[in-house]
Write a protein that binds this ligand. Structure first.
Ligand code: OOG
Ligand code: NI
Length: 465
């Protein structure tokens, strides 16, 4: 605490995610239904698995188990992206990773703003998958210019939000009253506006170019398009959704069900058609509809090394080459079977993954190890002798193929389109006004630091390759 009594960025983020959750539940009632289902399934899993419950309790995460882990927004201009970076920084959220979605037919590129330090993640893991529209990929030059003009005129932040970001930057933080004001003001940016900025005609032209373009350009701000709590059993929630009157997307994205979870599994309920109105030439409002907002759930596993990730990507490609999941769910069972079959090639055992250099682990001294300092064993011997133990490092980022699947199912499944894959991280970072953190380097750093903590027993802070 400083002399100015600043509240911590972690605290501001926790308040912000709470406020966002309340707003979204209010705006999208089906999301509240999903939250209740997730809480029920999580309770049932915990009731049946005392070890898991104890581990979550020990790491202080039991209470927040069913809370949101992430949300997503889509921005229209580079200025919006740069300001968003500054606003998230006040909440201790920093850009990690670069995701090119053009490859998957969605004209955006993205990063995830998230807490980075382990302590911060533990206090509140909320992150926002943030995409920037690639207007440069709209083929119709006239439409591109019109869209750019509409976007150039809108202001997605309130004046007070901007003032508070500047104040936090200048003074190094916000006090309690300013922090509360900041949360309130920044929340406005994420609010739904059912009155479009454009006419029905322009909406249709944007929509014809790509549904996502219509979603970004037509409205006053980058409405939060989904929130995502954590589930302890994603297959169960997916199966129970229909009985709650919510339609799940066809398949769960990511790896198959495994005993040693890897990366990230996600599914969502399909975006709802919502009433909006468009401004007419006569100045009157005309009714229409728009689909944008949905709810999602996620289950996370161990972070993979570049070698593990390459294997994951290769197996995912092979599964999809065998069965391409249809949007209507008609071949979901075949897809799941193919996925499970192909992924049999990915070791499903922590130690095997570790020895093969496929995943990142955090190493620590056991009780016996703490008494055995002064040894200089190689790591494997120290583990074999029970002096050093290892735990999976959880993946805190996203997956481009999964993200594309989530985008697609919520843009209307016919929206898949071809864009030439055109990753441009340099341009993205220039527009962002900062570079993004390399996720692999970050996980490797956590692993290395954990090994350094074992140096009293092991000779070198290097894990198996
Ligand atoms: C973002 C989709 C990506 C995820 O969980 O992979 C995402 C969007 O639809 O804007 O949130
Ligand atoms: Ni998501």
């Amino acid at each position: 605490m400083t002399a100015r009594n600043f509240v911590s960025a972690d605290h501001i983020r926790a308040e912000f995610s709470r406020a966002m959750s309340a707003m979204y539940r209010d705006e999208v009632p089906a999301y509240g239904t999903l939250m209740s289902l997730v809480a029920r399934v999580n309770d049932a899993v915990l009731a049946g698995d005392a070890t898991l419950a104890a581990r979550l309790e020990a790491t202080g995460s039991l209470e927040r188990i069913s809370e949101e882990r992430h949300g997503a927004i889509r921005l229209g201009t580079t200025a919006e992206l740069a300001m968003m970076r500054r606003a998230f920084a006040v909440m201790g959220m920093f850009p990690v990773g670069y995701y090119d979605l053009t490859e998957a037919g969605v004209p955006v590129h993205s990063t995830a703003f998230r807490p980075v330090a382990e302590e911060s993640l533990k206090l509140n893991p909320f992150r926002v998958f943030t995409s920037l529209l690639r207007l440069d990929l709209i083929a119709d030059e006239k439409l591109r210019q019109e869209a750019a003009d509409v976007l150039a005129r809108r202001r997605i932040f309130t004046d007070e939000a901007v003032r508070l970001v500047e104040k936090a930057e200048a003074e190094g933080g916000l006090d309690v009253a300013d922090a509360a004001r900041f949360v309130r003001e920044v929340l406005e940016t994420f609010r739904w506006h059912d009155r479009a900025l454009v006419s029905a005609g322009m909406y249709k032209r944007l929509h014809d170019a790509h549904r996502l373009i219509a979603d970004v350009v037509s409205f006053k701000g980058p409405h939060i398009n989904h929130l995502t709590p954590r589930t302890l059993d994603i297959d169960k929630v997916q199966a129970l959704m229909p009985a709650q009157g919510i339609a799940p997307k066809a398949v769960v994205e990511g790896p198959p069900t495994r005993s040693c979870a890897i990366l990230l599994r996600q599914t969502s309920f399909k975006a709802l058609e919502e009433a909006v109105s468009f401004i007419g030439a006569d100045g009157a409002w005309h009714e229409g509809s728009h689909t944008a907002r949905f709810g999602e759930i996620e289950q996370r596993g161990v972070a993979l090394t570049p070698k593990g990730r390459a294997l994951y990507d290769q197996l995912l490609d092979a599964s999809r080459a065998r069965v391409r999941p249809a949007a209507d769910g008609s071949n979901a069972a075949e897809y799941e079977a193919a996925l499970a079959d192909v992924f049999a090639a990915f070791p499903d055992d922590w130690d095997a993954m570790r020895k093969a250099g496929l995943a990142y682990f955090s190493y620590s001294l056991t009780e016996r190890g703490k008494l055995a300092t002064g040894r200089a064993l190689d790591l494997e011997t120290a583990i074999a002798e029970g002096l050093v133990q290892f735990d999976p490092i959880i993946y805190e980022d996203f997956l481009p193929v999964s993200a594309a699947g989530i985008f697609q199912s919520n843009l209307g499944d016919e929206a898949a389109q071809d864009f030439a894959a055109s990753p441009n991280q340099v341009m993205f970072e220039r527009d962002l006004g900062a570079s993004v953190l390399d996720e692999f380097a970050h996980y490797a750093g956590i692993e290395r630091a954990s090994l350094e903590g074992c140096l009293g027993v092991v000779s070198r802070a290097v894990a198996a390759e």
